[in-house]
Design a protein around this ligand. Structure first.
Ligand code: ADP
Ligand code: MG
Length: 326
């Protein structure tokens, strides 16, 4: 299983940021409201994710480290309408095959915690007693220590950190109720407190995109026949240099999509000149109306009624932009 897992790891685990993405998505799937991320040396020395989610029962711990151990697919229909992030059931096994990984967890029903790790050439899973509050901690040490070719592929610590930080910003903007922290080489560098009110959300936005954008941002809130668009966009009267913030989420996933880009750019074109305007927008629609897994890595999506979605986005932004200053 070691080799099969390492091959699978090539798909799931490209760099520290992709490890963190998989682990944090697991935390969110487990209902965590707080996720603390710790890294050392750009994640190549240490990646540690601590959450206060449901935890994993002792008897499922070793299973969680084996391939296709997902607990998240109950029917084929789920594939059409994936609301939870993870569905492949191989992230933990893959990461475990290319690092020294420990998984420590406690459920609310258990009075004690347990720790699982894979060992030896057959990657046999050991489970030992541990101390841990309700929730889980995954620690991945020495990423790619046993796959030197991949290890050499890693960029500088600073570059890997930037990838991680960029990813965290993206998820922090959409998972607004979750408290995220990021510690880099022993120092807390991000602290996104839960954003329950719009003022608190604007503070989060300021952390991501700068105070200037957050202070002048224009709120968008629009709902029409099953489509809902909300978020913040750059005001036509924005003063200062653009913050290079372009985030568009479809049902909670960040997308980079030509159709969406076109609609957004067209709306801004009549109001904002020069550099591309900034925005953080969330589109919500019936999951059956969109395929999100066309090219997961490329963040592309396919809308079943693409013309309709395009025009809806355009008109919603267009009317928000033309209302200011009136
Ligand atoms: P997937 O997320 O695709 O199901 P993973 O390999 O990422 O597969 O995780 C395997 C299983 O381990 C999950 O289905 C889940 O049951 C459990 N698990 C992993 N991480 C956590 C976590 N932080 N909290 C609770 N359960 C977890
Ligand atoms: Mg997962």
């Amino acid at each position: 299983p070691q080799l099969a897992n390492q091959i699978a790891a090539g798909e799931v685990v490209e760099r520290p940021a992709s490890v963190i993405k998989e682990l944090v998505e697991n935390s969110l799937d487990a209902g965590a409201t707080r996720v603390d991320i710790e890294i050392e040396k750009g994640g190549s020395k240490l990646i540690k994710i601590h959450d206060n989610g449901s935890g994993i029962p002792k008897e499922e711990l070793s299973l969680a480290l084996s391939r296709h151990a997902t607990s998240k697919l109950s029917s084929l229909d789920d594939l059409d309408a994936i609301l939870s992030f993870g569905f492949r059931g191989e992230a933990l096994a893959s990461i475990s095959s290319v690092s020294r990984l420990t998984l420590t967890s406690r459920t609310a029903e258990q009075s004690e915690a347990w720790q699982a790790y894979a060992e030896g050439s057959d990657m046999a899973v050991k489970v030992i007693p541990a101390a841990h509050p309700v929730g889980s901690t995954v620690e991945a040490v020495d990423l790619f220590f046993n796959t030197p070719a991949r290890r050499r592929f890693l960029k500088s610590d600073k570059t890997e950190f930037t990838h991680i930080d960029e990813w965290l910003k993206r998820i922090a903007l959409v998972s607004r109720d979750i408290h995220f922290t990021l510690k880099n080489n022993g120092k807390v560098v991000r602290n996104f407190r839960p954003a329950k009110t719009s003022d608190q959300y604007l503070q989060r936005l300021a952390q991501v995109s700068g105070k200037k954008f957050a202070l002048q941002a224009l709120a968008v809130e629009c709902e029409h026949e099953g489509l809902k668009l909300s978020g913040y966009i750059q005001s036509p009267y924005f003063e200062g240099s653009a913050s290079d913030t372009q985030y568009f989420y479809v049902n909670g996933r960040l997308v980079r999509d030509r159709l969406v880009n076109h609609a957004v750019r067209q709306a801004f074109a009549e109001h904002v000149t020069g550099a591309q305007a900034s925005y953080v927008l969330m589109l919500e629609l019936d999951p059956h109306q969109v395929d999100v897994n066309v090219h997961p890595a490329k963040h592309e999506v396919r809308f079943h009624q693409s013309r309709y979605v395009h025009d809806y986005i355009f008109q919603a932004l267009q009317s928000a932009l033309s209302q200011v200053g009136k």
